[in-house]
Ligand binder design. Structure first.
Ligand code: NAP
Length: 281
């Protein structure tokens, strides 16, 4: 079974537009503002795509550029302004910021209330403690794929490869919430291929093109490929899983593109609309 994240995201964005229409009827225009490094073409491209989908769903937003000349104080001041602006419901700090800026301090300043990307230490703490809050967009999108395709995690062995704050760690916690027995692998993990072969649910969040081959996968397993990697001489993005060999063995698998990526953006927008709904509920 191919887990079609693009088709699911289209369906969810139609439902999202209906929620936005209802909010607008009540005088609330959902607004997601973005802070992005203007000199990073990849970041600008991702943000433009997010803004396009946001606009299609009726979500507005301002765009704040940071550059080599932006000081840390200016960045923090901008975040405080957005925190204090009641017309702004969500704020996205697009990673990476320019190197001279302290991204951790910026995320701490943002806090959890408007962190619709779910990546601030406060939001991650809420996830860890099992408290309500915005969940990290990429793993949240993955759980929506699992739910949509009725993939039950209870009692299953799940392996998450990658332990970043934005993906691997929150993914592991969300699978744990769904009663999977979770292992996290990383660059120091020994016998990774053997660990993969034990997994009923395998989430690849590594950033290495086609590292996970078909013969690493347990027959019938669910394989979620969160990776997108640029490979010289190849068009578009390439996943962390070698799709052609994995699709022969897996029970269910996400493609790249058209799997996790569109669900990440959709989950971010869903969180932003939820933030707007909270202002009137
Ligand atoms: P990251 O911060 O670079 O983390 C990568 C993780 O993979 C690290 O924990 C690292 O281990 C581990 N790793 C690296 N090489 C490994 C190896 N040979 N064997 C086992 N583990 C290894 O990356 P990220 O931000 O989490 O992103 C991961 C991938 O997801 C990238 O391809 C990225 O483009 C993609 N991504 C996709 C979306 C989406 O919407 N689809 C969103 C965000 C990211 P150590 O901790 O030991 O270094």
């Amino acid at each position: 079974m191919i887990l079609d994240g693009l088709a699911l995201s289209k369906q969810l964005r139609i439902e999202l537009k209906e929620r936005v229409d209802r909010l607008r009827e009540r005088g609330v225009v959902p607004r997601l503002d973005v802070i992005v490094a203007a000199q990073d073409p990849a970041s600008v491209a991702y943000v433009n795509m997010k803004r396009k989908w946001a606009a299609a769903a009726g979500i507005e937003g301002e765009y704040f550029e940071v550059s080599d000349t932006t000081s840390q104080d200016e960045l923090i001041e901008q975040i405080y302004k957005l925190n204090g602006n009641s017309r702004v419901h969500g704020v996205l700090l697009q990673h990476p910021l320019p190197k001279h800026l302290d991204e951790d301090a910026a995320l701490l300043a943002l806090g959890s209330e408007k962190d619709v990307d779910g990546i601030t230490p406060q939001s991650l703490g809420r996830l860890t403690a099992g408290l309500p809050g915005f969940r990290c967009a990429t793993p949240l999108g993955i759980t929506k794929i699992l739910d949509h395709y009725n993939i039950d995690c209870t009692g299953k062995r799940a392996l998450v490869i990658g332990r970043s704050h934005i993906l691997g760690k929150p993914m592991a916690l969300m699978l744990l919430e769904r009663n999977a027995t979770v292992t996290i692998a990383h660059s120091k993990t020994l016998d990774l291929a053997d660990r993969c072969r034990e997994a009923d649910i395998l989430v690849a969040a590594v950033g290495r093109a086609e590292m996970i081959k078909g013969d690493w996968i347990k027959p019938g397993a669910t394989v979620i490929d969160a990776g997108y990697n640029k490979v010289e001489g190849r068009k578009g993005d390439v996943g962390d899983v070698h799709f052609e060999s994995a699709v022969e063995v897996a029970g269910a698998i996400t493609p790249v593109p058209g799997g996790v990526g569109p669900m990440t953006v959709t989950s971010l927008l869903m969180n932003a609309v939820e933030a707007a709904e909270k202002t009137i509920s």
